[in-house]
Design a protein around this ligand. Structure first.
Ligand code: CP
Length: 321
């Protein structure tokens, strides 16, 4: 594997899940695979889980790890071509990327959407520049439009908690947030759920329709209560307007409707559903304290499975070097 951005990059999903179970049973099984290989993790944005879990995954495989926080100590980078660099940006990404490629064997990239130019964000410009100019295999640690390591960990978690149930009902619900957030997590979650053997429903206020390239074939239900009925898993997440129906609204907060916050009453509409969220989460906005603290909450197991999803992905990249 030379690039990891979409569910299709893993090939057979059942085989990937089997590999995840194997790694979980013995996470050090391949601890010499990465000997004398270096992972460079490049962060353009903050992180807790991705940083720790991906570094741990690399260590499980015996790799060396370098972490670069672009906004803390590195030269400020220009990402656009054709600009006159007379401002505060000292280095262009198009030189920085091949230089980074000199010092490592694999590169992980975190680079959020700017949420002002839909075309630029959805072209995954920064990720593809790394793909093209680094000369090294690259993988997404949440990019402008996708977060596949999270979605893979979420799917592992759902499989582990499905209790043999065939085609569990999984609901992705929008919930309010004070700031405009990217669509990367819901995009990837939808893409991975559509590839998995689950009954998948998306619910959100009108205007928040996700890009069809991730949701094609999914059931969209604007009535949150109807969507929750019979659900086995509730996956809450905020996202800003994807600009599908009104491109001029791309990246805007269209609603702060607190009736969408997942509370005990919402959960009572479900089939004793498990609660999921990728974290970090705003309590009182996305979910109430009692729901996230309940024994049915899976937010910590999901975070724990980030180590497993990252180990599988890095293992496959190393095996293809
Ligand atoms: N879920 C997730 O990616 O968390 P971080 O932003 O802390 O890495």
């Amino acid at each position: 594997m030379r690039s990891f951005l979409n569910v299709q990059d893993l090939g057979d999903l059942k085989e990937a899940l089997r590999e995840a179970a194997e790694i979980k049973a013995d996470r050090y099984k391949y601890d010499t695979l990465g000997k004398n290989k270096t992972l460079l993790m490049v962060f353009f944005n903050n992180s807790l889980r991705t940083r720790l879990s991906t570094q741990k995954a690399a260590m499980n495989l015996g790799m060396n790890v370098i972490v670069l926080d672009v906004n803390a100590g590195a030269w400020k980078l220009e990402t656009e071509r054709g600009v006159i660099m007379d401002g505060d940006k000292s280095e262009h990404l198009l030189e920085a990327i091949p230089v980074m490629g000199c010092y490592c064997d694999v590169i992980g990239i975190r680079s959020f959407a700017g949420l002002s130019d839909r075309e630029y964000d959805y072209a995954e410009t920064v990720y593809h520049q790394f793909e093209k100019y680094s000369g090294k295999p690259v993988f997404a640690m949440e990019t402008a439009t996708v977060h596949p390591l999270q979605a893979f960990a979420d799917l592992i978690t759902i499989q582990e908690h499905s209790q043999e149930k065939q085609r569990p009902k999984v609901v992705l619900t929008w919930a309010p947030h004070p700031k405009a957030l990217p669509q990367a997590v819901p995009n990837s979650f939808a893409q991975w759920m559509m590839a998995a053997d689950v009954d998948f429903v998306i619910t959100h206020p009108e205007g928040y329709e996700l890009d069809p390239r991730f949701t094609a074939g999914a059931r969209i239900e604007y009535d949150q209560r109807k969507a929750f009925e019979g659900a086995d898993f509730i996956y809450a997440k905020n996202w800003s307007c994807p600009g599908v129906t009104r491109p001029e609204d791309y990246g805007k907060v269209l609603s702060r409707d607190m009736s969408w916050t997942v509370d005990a009453e919402h959960m009572s509409w479900t089939n004793d559903a498990r609660f999921m969220h990728c974290l970090p989460v705003r309590r009182g906005m996305i979910v109430t304290d009692d729901v996230i603290e309940a024994p049915t909450s899976l937010v910590i197991p999901e975070a724990a499975n980030r180590e497993i999803s990252a180990t599988v992905v890095l293992k496959r990249i190393l095996q293809a070097l």
